[in-house]
Design a protein around this ligand. Structure first.
Ligand SMILES: *Cc1c(COP(=O)(O)O)cnc(C)c1O
Length: 371
């Protein structure tokens, strides 16, 4: 998709200018003007917000200082006394927000296994107002049937939110499947270069867009001007990066699945993935994240010490490969028994496949797995 906003109307410049300004002169005080103060709107941030709205097929986009700023702002649509149904495999930061901050605002949450629609139905209460999805989930790539959840939510008048960070709008467009608000940690694939922290939200209809715009302006947690520019620069290559990431991730998943010394491989593109059929119905690709269990914590730690290609770090979705160890990184605060129930065993690693040559990535893992 080509984005017209990428060309500067005034000069024809090939990229959006950096309008490094906090405030705007009122040429005629009687007339309303497009921009008056950069918290409410900025001519560098605006094209980014239009860009993500177009990619997701929504009516309006919003850029925030981080993924969590976007997610927490979306939860501000709720009021004290409301109840949320949330996927149990939700991103750790969202879990923390719901269980340690929103609970103090008297917004209560029930976490359910969203691969099972009956569990979602059973969680409904008289005060349920919203459903929060994340698919594929992190780190075991479980699949939620988006259309089934949104159809049920509409029957009960519930707001639906979906964190689309892992798929990006290139692979998955949740608004077409009935979702009301799509959220992103743009820090990951959309930015794509591990150099900018950002969040995006897209509203599916005008009334939600108005409410979310009001919240963004009231909370003031907007994305800065230079970061807006950097994020747009990353997004220009989204398709090329996602295609390359995915091609390599599929090869990596197949290679891992063919080895007898790997206890489990989680990737929605593998034939034995339980959510594969649903995922293929709602997404155009399998993404770049492959999780696998090497059998023990000792082996996982040995591997992390021996790999030479990936960054060993939290985060994902960048040009460079990133290897994470969920038990000690993203899911460290989760009790060991709960981790085990969710497949987050001591041997579990999560590989976000970068743009390096896949032959090199596999050779590197092969030597790191040799005991
Ligand atoms: C990283 C991440 C977030 C949080 O985004 P930040 O930009 O780190 O605030 C939310 N959801 C998912 C799925 C993520 O991977």
């Amino acid at each position: 998709m080509h984005f017209e906003g990428a060309i500067d109307e005034a000069t024809g410049a090939s990229s959006v200018p950096l309008y490094q300004a906090s405030t705007f002169h009122h040429a005629d005080i009687e007339q309303p003007q497009t921009y008056d103060y950069s918290r409410s709107g900025n001519p560098t941030r605006q094209p980014l917000e239009d860009y993500i709205a177009a990619l997701e097929g929504g009516v309006r986009g919003f850029a925030f200082a981080s993924g969590m700023a976007a997610i927490s702002s979306a939860f501000m649509l709720l009021s004290a006394g409301d109840h949320v149904i949330c996927t149990e495999d939700v991103y750790g930061g969202t879990y923390r927000l719901l269980t340690t901050v929103m609970n103090r605002m008297n917004v209560e949450t029930t976490f359910v296994d969203m691969t099972d629609l009956d569990r979602v139905r059973q969680a409904l209460k008289p005060n349920t107002k919203a459903i929060y999805m994340e698919t594929p989930s992190n780190p075991t790539l479980k699949i939620t049937d988006i259309s089934a959840v949104t159809a049920w939510a509409k029957e009960h008048g519930l707001l639906t939110l979906l964190d689309n960070t892992f798929m990006t709008p290139y692979h998955q467009r949740p608004i077409e499947l009935g979702v009301d608000i799509v959220l992103h940690s743009a820090t990951k694939f959309l930015g794509g270069h591990s150099d900018v922290l950002a969040g995006l939200a897209v509203a599916a209809n005008e009334s939600l867009a108005r409410r979310l715009g009001h919240i963004q302006n009231s909370m003031g947690n907007v994305l800065g001007i230079q970061d807006s520019w950097l994020l747009m620069r990353g997004m220009k290559t989204l398709k090329a990066r996602m295609d390359a990431h995915e091609q390599s991730a599929r090869k990596l998943a197949d290679w891992l699945a063919s080895r007898s010394d790997i206890a489990a491989v989680y990737y929605p593109g593998l034939p034995n993935h339980p959510g594969r059929a649903i995922h293929e119905r709602q997404s155009a690709g399998y993404g770049a994240v492959v999780s696998f269990d090497v059998g023990s914590g000792e082996r996982a730690k040995r591997l992390m010490n021996k790999v030479t290609i990936p960054l060993v770090a939290v985060s994902l979705g960048a040009v460079e490969s990133i290897l994470s160890y969920p038990p000690l990184m993203s899911h460290a605060s989760m009790p060991k028994e709960v981790r085990a129930e969710r497949g987050i065993t001591d041997g579990l690693l999560r590989y976000s496949v970068g743009l390096e040559d896949i032959g090199d990535i596999i050779d590197d893992l092969e030597q790191a797995l040799a005991d």
